[in-house]
Design a protein around this ligand. Sequence first.
Ligand SMILES: [Zn+2]
Length: 441
Amino acid sequence: MIKLTCCLSVAGLLAFQAQAASPVTLTYVVNNQWNSGYCATVKVTNPNSEAVAWSGALTVRGTVSNLWNAQWTQSGSTLTLKGLDWNKTVAGKGSVESVGFCASSNAAPAPNPAPTPAPTPAPTPAPVPKPPAPAPVPKPPAPVPTPAPKPPAPAPAPTPKPPAPVPAPAPAPTPLPIPAPAPSTTPPNTADVKPETISWVWNNRIGNEALNFRNLIFDQIYATKGKLNYCVRWESNERVSLAQRNQISQLINTQINNWVSTWLANYDGWAYPRIDVKVVGWAVKDRSVLDWADDGSMKVYVGDLDEGGAPRCPDTCSRMKHRDGNYGACPGGEPSHFDMSLWGTQGFGGGAGGDWGQRVSSAYILSVASRPQAEAHIIEHEIGHGFNLPDFYEPEQFPPTGLPKSIMQAGASDRITPWDGWMLRRVWTELSRQQPGRFLP
Ligand SMILES: [Zn+2]
């Protein structure tokens, strides 16, 4: 069984459509509220027949603590919003309803549900072209200074009067919390992580597949007792020097351990603090693109091509073809087997990944290999798929309370984030506890 999880688009490759500036209307509806806060859904309505990239402002009560699916800033009661790549366009006569927020509020709560009259529609600024590489979130537009109408007067709060306060004894100094000695399996409840989003993604996007698919990178590592072997498929005319070859070996090692060593070492029974990642072979069409002489440290396979004409290491050495671990027909036997491939294709846009490995452009590999200690975010993203972490493109793929910053959302992060690390941990905890026989050190 081959698991194919496609594809990461580099942010700069996403088509950008120039669109006519056009006013949109922003409103919000309070979904739930309590004495000290409320959560609301925002609706962006486009009254025109042409699609536009939207932005605008709302007048809100209190201080926004959490907002999902838009760029935002708050200045006083003015909340300024702008769409993200995937929801920045509102269709002609259409609306966008994927944005929401929660706010703390010292004021008494408003009636529920209370559609808030929209402020004067703010003109949508001309769209700003996105920079080519994933970069820090662009600065949102300056807050719209026009005062907007106030929301309707709040209804009297139904809360009964609290009893008169009892005089308390002088408080003792509170000791600082002592950090836990080993990572707990409970994610921290912070804006970066938000445990409910991890549970939602496990329950709705990962669980079924991960419990049934037995060639995840977790499985591969346990099968070899802490090692991963790689084949480099070089589908490219770009020449590779000996120094670059060695940098690429280091690159793969670093990217795997950016996940495993950083997030699984010393966590919930995981057995291998650092993975020994080794390139055991290169596959090429033409030996002359490799500027090194055979030195016995790895194989070079010439002219073994897949159905699409791309070079590959032999099937006899492939874990995907020999899940039983029998590599008797592989030249070099078990030590020359490979668990995954790093597949560099000349001119390949974005990336693709799965249990078979990671595919990116050969130019990207050469560029990130020259700084092998850095995070190569496209490769990291594709490795994430090998652990069954999903992509986030469509609104229904996102947790209802919003997705914290994640490398698995194309263009959102150039590194593995705490959310990604805790998501990886959750998958490990679920699999190892629900299927204890699956992972034997
Ligand atoms: Zn992807």
